[in-house]
Design a protein around this ligand. Sequence first.
Ligand code: BES
Ligand code: ZN
Length: 458
Amino acid sequence: MSLDAVLARIDDDLPAATERLLDLLRIKSISTDPAFKSDCQEAADWLVNDLQSLGVDAQKRPTPGHPMVVGHAGPETGKPHVLFYGHYDVQPVDPLNLWDRDPFDPAVEDTEKGTVIRGRGAADDKGQLMTFMEALRAWKEVEGDWPCRITFFFEGEEESGSPSLVPFMQENADELRADFAMICDTGMFESRTPSIVTMLRGLLGEELTITAPTKDLHSGMFGGISINPIRVLSRIIAALHDETGRITVPGFYDGVPELPDELKAQWQGLAFDHASFLGEVGLSHPAGEQDRTPLEMIWSRPTCDVNGIWGGYQGDGFKTVLPSQASAKISFRLVGDQDPLAIRESFRKMVEDMLPEDCSVAWKDHGASRASVTPTDDPAFAAALKALTDEWQVPAAYIGCGGSIPIAGHFSKILDTTPMLIGFGKDDDQIHSPNEKYDMESFHKGIRSWARILDALS
Ligand code: BES
Ligand code: ZN
């Protein structure tokens, strides 16, 4: 097999590969909003078609939510069996007025920092997902065959907490079990060091609504005598952290480990430039637990954040309303052995204990997943690091990741398959935000990286 020929084919085919990605980016597959249900079907159909055009035995598989796409290719025996996971769903596009173009009319743009592919999902995760597809397309075209047994596994609910994934994995475990699950949904360290993510934070999502008076009131008539639920909610939220940045929910830190010395030393070696990381978004001061390093704050320490808060009158002008209700969405990033369900219980009790008279609280749960850590002792990890180093000409690193990919832990637990998290995103890709982009370099070298990794593993 000639890796050089495959890499050359990838280079020649880049314009066509880019067109295919733009085509996928035009589909409005926003999973969280029921208005885009048929768009999610369309994205799944698009992937099935593309896989079938490669000669993959691929199908759209129904779930109670958006469909999965599963495909198989390559010899049934021998060589490693590699499962490739990506998600075809994307985040909502609001606030739309902050986009410089229609998020679903993607384009290749030349910017000061290089050429980018702009559009919702370009980096999270359609562009990343297509890096693997394109690597295999080139491989198949040059070699006429597959590098090893490959299973493709794409979901359309990652951005809404993957509700159908666990049951689907359980029901189809024999079909999906592989030696490695390549998960392409992460980024590179400081946008230039190719990386394998070995630590992901877990996530607990909670929504609460505090109700006090039975209806909105005139704040002149009732102000002073009526309790205001926005004030109650604000006081509760303000109490969730102490002045050093520690989270005050009782028992919250149970199961939070200290970093092993070896990892501490390795992270020090990465020489994270927090000033430039924060500077990119107009900040300068690391605002987490004050006795922790900036990398610890984003990779190995748990957090509590308010993601949204509302109540009362928010329209134009002014209204002297004393609202009946106040709500917030609050998320906790979790590490180590923190138990999301125990934290949910303790958090709810803390809030309920703080409620004054005449107030009640209603809860909505938005998912709970544990943190995950991947062991890297299998020699395939060293082989993948070397392949990444060869492609990027920068020594590849094992890193943490502040984000959450709840499914990563399920691959090992349900399928007994080792997850390997490799992605080519950059810190300024603006995932989940307006003007999301994926660098052409990420796309091109990402495709080439997969060819090298598959070559090394097979
Ligand atoms: N691709 C991201 C995870 C990610 C975030 C990787 C940041 C690298 C850097 C993934 O699609 C995502 O956004 N996950 C959600 C969790 C999900 C349950 C909504 C997240 O981390 O908020
Ligand atoms: Zn993603």
